[in-house]
Design a binder for this molecule. Sequence first.
Ligand code: NAD
Ligand code: IPM
Ligand code: MN
Length: 348
Amino acid sequence: MPNIAVMPGDGIGQEVIPSALRILKAALGADAARWHFEALPHGADHTLKTGQTITASEMQSLRSFDAIVVGALGDPRIPDNRHAKDILLGMRMQLDLYCNFRPSFALSDALVPLKNKGARDVRFTVFRENTEGLYTGIGGNFKMGTADEVAVEQEMNTRKGVERIIREAFAYAVRTGKRRLVMADKANAMTHGHGLWRRVFAEVCKEHQAIEAKALYVDNLVFQLVRDPSQFEVIVTNNLFGDIVTDLAAALQGGLGLAASANYHPGGPQMFEPVHGSAPDIAGKGLANPMGAVLSLSLMLERLGDPTRAAALEAAVKRTIEAGITTKDLGGTATTKEVEEAIARNVF
Ligand code: NAD
Ligand code: IPM
Ligand code: MN
């Protein structure tokens, strides 16, 4: 019996996650009764009400679930974003979910924003290192608030951390028959940390002669992605570059409302969330696109060992797009609820 923790979180997370779960239940049919969903209250409201973001024991208890489903964390009432740091970055770092798997695949030619490019040109996956880099919070402020203020944000790259994400990206390429893999860094400017990435990458490349692997500077990568995304199959990069590149990747597939992700430790805990945030500009208006959340549940089904239903969810989203039932971000006029109902009807 799959045991799933569900944390809709903030803003449109409260809209897209309930929608996506109803679609999941439609896909599960009679089997839905065997699934257990545990609602978790964490998010801005909970933090403002209780003064707590997430306790150490709540964080550890997340390990007992087969999967964690998250909507988004971020709320203008908490401008320093401390709850999202504790909860979202907390899950990634404390549960050691070092793989952030962010596929970009266009489901329709019409959604690809590039001139003379179609869905067949956008079919690549980003492996984002998810536990170190510039995200550890190591650093500090000195003489804060004065004209002499100094702010230091340290980028941490460990041999172990760099090697395991590069290895996971190669393992995925081998497992899924991909031929090309790119590692993106900024080793021309950041010679210490990104020099480490280059050296480790060169070592792991030697073990995979059948894969055409190369290192690119990340500025060139984003240029090449917009020029011709069909060059790419698998991309591996650090935490911050992965964050930025995957919003660009979302735009290539049709928008942030469509982008899905998995955060996992191979053989260990796993968390699934759409790539987008809480979108305060549209929250509570029925305008949120639930497709990224649905496709994240498709990734969850895949990783829970049900590729048939995973494919059924993806196909249902594709049929719904083809039928023109989309929210405003994809050019349509449907509400979140209308898109949900259309996807649920299209699951078979
Ligand atoms: P965002 O992704 O929330 O929104 C960016 C733009 O995309 C907005 O115009 C928004 O309306 C649109 N958009 C996003 N998702 C959409 C959807 N499903 N349907 C339709 N339109 C959608 O990014 P932001 O505005 O930079 O951040 C808002 C808040 O969310 C911030 O607090 C940020 O820190 C947080 N955030 C959280 C996560 C996460 O929890 N994983 C990810 C990104 C941003
Ligand atoms: C994401 C988000 C987060 C990140 C923020 C909310 C800290 O942008 O999941 O893509 O930078 O990882
Ligand atoms: Mn992001």
